[in-house]
Design a protein around this ligand. Structure first.
Ligand code: FES
Length: 102
């Protein structure tokens, strides 16, 4: 699902009960990663961009099909009072979009 946190688009995924969050827009041509398909690569979840197929590891945001590319990844914490994102890791510019999303 796509969410906005502090003005930043974030793609949030629940993969077999574990949450992952990465930047919402593909660095290639801004494809909406929240609409991509989750796949497994060497046992790890990854998201495939729906526009041209770049593949991003959900834990790190690292692009598996284009070395050197990537999106920010966010630690996700599920608590009784909601789902919270921590400060992003990876390629980030501007203020941190960490905060509560639900
Ligand atoms: S916009 Fe994502 S691969 Fe092109």
């Amino acid at each position: 699902m796509g969410v906005t946190v502090d003005g930043k688009e974030v793609a949030l995924f629940n993969v077999e009960g574990r949450y992952y969050a990465v930047g919402g827009r593909c660095p290639h041509r801004s494809g909406p990663l929240a609409k991509g398909k989750v796949e497994r690569v060497e046992g790890k979840p990854a998201i495939r961009c729906p526009l041209h197929g770049w593949l991003f590891e959900l834990e790190t945001g690292r692009c598996l099909t284009r070395p050197g590319a990537g999106v920010p990844s966010y630690p996700v914490e599920c608590r009784e009072d909601g789902v919270f994102l921590g400060a992003p890791h990876g390629e980030v510019s501007g203020p941190s979009p960490s905060g509560q999303i639900g």
